[in-house]
Structure formats: structure tokens, C-alpha cells
Design a protein around this ligand. Structure first.
Ligand code: SF4
Length: 382
């Protein structure tokens, strides 16, 4: 499709503003208790910065933004569970009607008072493990104790099974040259822990120092380990998602998830999500445009210092601060409009040009990520 003129597409976006996002990420902390060897945030030092979102800022977000979203996820650049005021954040969330997601390194799930506050709204917990052997996990996730992670996840699994609207439990593995051979063992471990699925992604090499960890040059090794992992997943009856492949979901698990949709809380959340999808479709019809990046139209990242961005992609743009404007103003403000217009007028933001959601190839070549970041604000948090 030929690019539209910037003026035309901007006028359309102003005349027919997109609906409220359905999914919001709140970066409740930048700090992390680990030093994972490939973590972009650890490499730039932000995880030791000690920056946490202040409670008054989260109270504003809880009042303005969260009542109209269906999913809330915590932190992306730090470990959410170690933030000093995380329990107070959860107390506020528990007064709202939404579903939460938590991506965690699982090292602090034993924190007193955490699970009872987390579980009432939790829909999904993703535990990043990256290995099945203590030596591998403690090498990649430097600072972690494998035994503590296992103990915490066993405790979490027992607690989630004791409530009616049982949250999903996923084990995540980033595949690299140092751990890919362990994938079949990770499937075994996840099954033993009671998890529903193992979800794998490629290591995105964001720094030239990590090139040796990339699996770009090892296709035979990948095929062998993937074959073993698929067999283990069928044998253990646990779901498995490998990059670029349809997920393997055991029949019993799929049926149970479908059944759980009928639990009252899940039903409301599913209804809200469906309404929001319908809102985007209605917007597409009215505007005559397509929602070309699901993040620009459906998601928002609210950072610890009040900045807002549409995604967590390296080099992402920042589109305004909650310290200066309301979220409603930022969501349809000139910065977001310019980003959305860039999807149609042939002038996408530099981050969008190398991102598979926008105009970039999928997967992006390594040079796309290791070349210098052009967005000056990106130096803030990596
Ligand atoms: S195209 Fe990619 S970089 Fe651009 S806003 Fe969407 S997710 Fe972010």
C-alpha cells in the first residue's frame, strides 16, 4: 500500500482517536536482585539504580488508568516482587476489577504477605528460569539460588491450586548457546513444578559482547534439542511453545483453561477483553486505517519515573510524562499520533523500523539491535 500523506493520516487519527488500551505495564521498580548475563538493564546498570515507582504515582495510575483496562502487568526492566512498596501496590490492585500478570525471577516469592495479596487478581505468572541444572541457572541468573527458586515455585503452585480461579503458571526460557541443550530437562522440571507450559524465546543479542551466546549459527543443535523437548512435552503432558512454531498444548490443559473461562472473575475479564478488541475493530472501520502495531493501539508502558512509552523495545520512544499530563492526554497526544502516523506515512520511528511489529524484518538481524541507539531518551533505562 502506498504511503498516505502525514497530514491526512494525522487528521484522521485526531478525528477518530483510538480506544483506551486494554493492557498496561506498570514499571513498579527498575531494581533487580540478580545480574543475568544477557540482561540489557543489568548491562547499563539501571537495575542497581534503586529507582522505584512512588506510591502516590501508582495511586494516580490506579485512579485514572487501571479502572478501564483488563490486564495489568508489573515491571519489565526490574524484578517487581522486590520493590519495597509492592505489597501496597497489590492492596490497591485488589480493590479493582482487572487481571494481573507477573513476570518474575521467582527468587522473592517467599516474601511475607506476597502470595496472599498477589493471588486474588493474578491471571498469569511467568517464572523466568533459563535452565534446569543449578550450575546453569546460577551462572546465567547470577545471584540466584536454584534451590530457593524451586522451593518458591512449589509454594506458588500449591497456593494457586487452592483457589477457584487458578492463575496460569508458565516457565520461561531464553534460548542461548549456554543453555539450549537443557531445554528437555527444563520441560521435565516445569512438569514437576506443576507448570502449565514452557515458553521459549530466542536470546535477542542487544550488545556485541553477547554475540557468542547467539544461536544464529547452530541450526542442527537447535533441531535436535527441539525434537527431544517436543517428545518430553507430549510424554509429560505439559504445554510447550517454541519460537516460530505453533504451541503444543495437551488436550486436558486446553479443556481446563476453556472451562475456567466460566469462573465469574475470568468471565468478566474475558468479556472486557472482547469488548476492547471490538473497540479496536470499530476504530479500524471508522478511521479506514488498520491498527498496524498491537502495542501502539492496545498497550502502554508506564515507567517508574512517570514516563510513558508504547512498548519495551530497545530504542523505544517516550511519549510524555504522567507528572506533566494525564494518561488520557498522552494516549491521544501529538507524540502518540506521530508514532501511529509513522505506520502509514512512510516515516516510522527508528525503533519501529527494526521491530517486527512495525516495519522491520522478523527476526531482526543482529546489527539492527547492536547498532547505536538513536533515541536519546533510551539511555535512561536501556
Ligand atoms: S512498531 Fe515496535 S518499536 Fe514501534 S511502537 Fe510498535 S512495538 Fe514499539
Amino acid at each position: 500500500m502506498a504511503p498516505l500523506s502525514t497530514r491526512t493520516v494525522t487528521a484522521t487519527l485526531q478525528r477518530v482517536p483510538p480506544p483506551w488500551p486494554s493492557w498496561v505495564n506498570v514499571e513498579n521498580t527498575l531494581r533487580c536482585n540478580l545480574d543475568c548475563i544477557w540482561c540489557a538493564q543489568a548491562l547499563v546498570g539501571s537495575t542497581k539504580s534503586g529507582v522505584d515507582m512512588p506510591l502516590p504515582l501508582f495511586e494516580r495510575i490506579a485512579a485514572e488508568v487501571l479502572p478501564r483496562v483488563s490486564r495489568l502487568s508489573f515491571s519489565v526492566a526490574g524484578e517487581p516482587t522486590i520493590a519495597p512498596q509492592f505489597l501496597e501496590f497489590l492492596d490497591l490492585v485488589n480493590q479493582l476489577d482487572l487481571t494481573t500478570e507477573l513476570v518474575t525471577n521467582a527468587t522473592a516469592l517467599h516474601r511475607p504477605g506476597l502470595l496472599p495479596r498477589l493471588l486474588p487478581r493474578l491471571g498469569l505468572l511467568i517464572a523466568s528460569i533459563d535452565g534446569a541444572r543449578p550450575a546453569t541457572v546460577e551462572h546465567i541468573r547470577a545471584g540466584a539460588k536454584f534451590a530457593r527458586i524451586v522451593e518458591n515455585l512449589e509454594r506458588f503452585d500449591a497456593a494457586r491450586r487452592a483457589i477457584p480461579a487458578r492463575p496460569e503458571f508458565l516457565v520461561a526460557m531464553t534460548l542461548s548457546a549456554v543453555n539450549v541443550d537443557e531445554l528437555p530437562e527444563v520441560v521435565d522440571l516445569a512438569a514437576k513444578l506443576g507448570a502449565d507450559r514452557v515458553v521459549c524465546s530466542w536470546l535477542q543479542v542487544m550488545d556485541p559482547s553477547l554475540l557468542d551466546l547467539s544461536l544464529h549459527a547452530a541450526p542442527a543443535r537447535i533441531e535436535r534439542t527441539f525434537g527431544l523437548a517436543r517428545a518430553r512435552s507430549r510424554h509429560r503432558r505439559i504445554g510447550l511453545e517454541l519460537p516460530d512454531e505453533p504451541p503444543l498444548i495437551p488436550v486436558g490443559l486446553g479443556a481446563r483453561r476453556a472451562f475456567e473461562v466460566f469462573a465469574p472473575r475470568r468471565r468478566r475479564a474475558a468479556l472486557r477483553a472482547a469488548l476492547q478488541r471490538a473497540g479496536v475493530l470499530a476504530w479500524e472501520t471508522r478511521s479506514g486505517l488498520g491498527a498496524r502495531c498491537s502495542f501502539l493501539w492496545r498497550r502502554a508502558y508506564l515507567h517508574a519515573d512517570g514516563q510513558v512509552s508504547p512498548c519495551c523495545v530497545q530504542g523505544r520512544p517516550y511519549v510524555g510524562s504522567l507528572l506533566d499530563r494525564s494518561f488520557a492526554e498522552i494516549w491521544i497526544g501529538p507524540e502518540m499520533t506521530a508514532l501511529r502516523a509513522g505506520m502509514f506515512d512512510g516515516h516510522p520511528h527508528s525503533a519501529c523500523t527494526r521491530c517486527s511489529q512495525g516495519q522491520g524484518p522478523n527476526p531482526a538481524p543482529i546489527e539492527a539491535w547492536t547498532s547505536p541507539v538513536r533515541n536519546p531518551l533510551d539511555a535512561r533505562s536501556g
